[in-house]
Ligand binder design. Structure first.
Ligand code: A3P
Length: 324
């Protein structure tokens, strides 16, 4: 429903009519606002986030590209931040065993501000963990206006070829159909041109990359592949960044390993709630879990397609210090 424009105000419609427009591979209109492509409803929600969302002290924001590792990051951060509560009360079932990670860490613009211009955030316990797919410059329009000290932002992204292929499978699972080759190619073309919801993806990555270099204390840049390769190191890095490093005692008792097991694709995807459940925004929980393999693009992209995206990324990231 975020592709439609039934939620947009007159003011936003006026703004939209002045913006560069294009279409996604299914023919839905996308509009470019300050360098990022949105569907009308997404843009409305982003504008509402910018106008009304002001993080409180100690709130945490998880930012990501769609299919860049959002679900994993949500579960890891939730488990890290709340670990004491559940260690001290082993009789309480850990929320990650009974709820989908997306229901524990809501999206700002896809859930909270999608259904209301001014959602009631007081009902969530502090510190609150939010998530977003907004570019950092767009997110800063909200966060830098908060009267509290800057909140921590954790970003995760993934190689753009795997992100694309994951997105393709996601769309197929979401619509419960296997789209044809022509759609695959159209979707890929839009992706390489940057014309895709929240695209261009390389600009998304660059905004957080630069942000993390400028403000190491508050913006952490993570990669899906790194968490796969060296999970323990990355989980400890995450905990340190969030000012809750693992204590010596926790190190000895294997607390970080426990969190990794709890949040593993294997564990989460086999839970009843994630096999059969539906998230609060009405998406089948199982579509968030698939293979989680690095390099799955090799099974789907032709060498020409891989070359095209590699060339785009090489040119766009050149000189930034960010290498993929
Ligand atoms: P694949 O489609 O390559 O398998 P997002 O969470 O941003 O929507 O990204 C979805 C991708 O992350 C999917 O990749 C999915 O399988 C993978 N994923 C989901 N949960 C995961 C977890 N707990 N650990 C590792 N990967 C996970």
């Amino acid at each position: 429903n975020y592709m439609k424009d039934d939620n947009t105000s007159q003011e936003t419609n006026n703004l939209i009519s002045s913006l560069p427009a294009d279409k996604d591979f299914m023919g839905y209109s996308l509009y470019n606002y300050k360098g990022c492509w949105y569907y009308p409803n997404t843009l409305q929600a982003v504008l509402d986030v910018q106008d009304n969302f002001r993080p409180q002290k100690n709130d945490i924001i998880l930012a990501s590209l769609p299919k860049g590792g959002t679900t994993w990051l949500k579960s890891l951060v939730f488990a890290i931040v709340h670990r004491e509560k559940y260690r001290e009360n082993p009789q309480i079932i850990h929320p990650l065993l009974s709820q989908n990670p997306h229901d524990l860490v809501p999206f700002l613009e896809i859930e909270l501000y999608a259904s209301s211009h001014t959602p009631d955030l007081a009902k969530f316990p502090s510190p609150m963990i939010f998530s977003t797919h907004m570019h950092l410059n767009a997110l800063h329009e909200a966060t830098t206006k908060s009267s509290s000290s800057p909140c921590k932002i954790v970003y995760v992204c993934r190689g753009l070829k795997d992100t694309f292929v994951s997105g393709w499978h996601y769309k197929n699972m979401l619509h419960r159909t296997k789209m044809d080759q022509a759609s695959f190619e159209l979707m890929f073309d839009g992706y390489c041109r940057g014309v895709t919801l929240y695209g261009p993806y390389w600009e998304h990555m660059l905004s957080y990359w630069k942000g993390s270099l400028e403000d190491r204390e508050n913006v952490l840049f993570m990669r899906y592949e790194e968490i796969i390769e060296e999970p323990l190191i990355q989980v400890k890095r995450l905990a340190e960044f969030l000012n809750c490093p693992f204590t010596e005692e926790e190190e000895e008792s294997g607390s970080a390993e426990e969190i990794l097991n709890l949040c593993s694709l294997r564990n989460l995807s086999n839970l009843e709630i994630n096999k059969k459940g539906t998230t609060r925004i009405g998406i089948d929980s199982n579509v968030f879990f698939r293979k989680g393999e690095v390099g799955d693009w090799k099974n789907h992209l032709t060498p020409q397609m891989a070359k095209r995206i590699d060339e785009v990324v090489e040119v766009k990231l050149r000189g930034s210090g960010l290498i993929f």
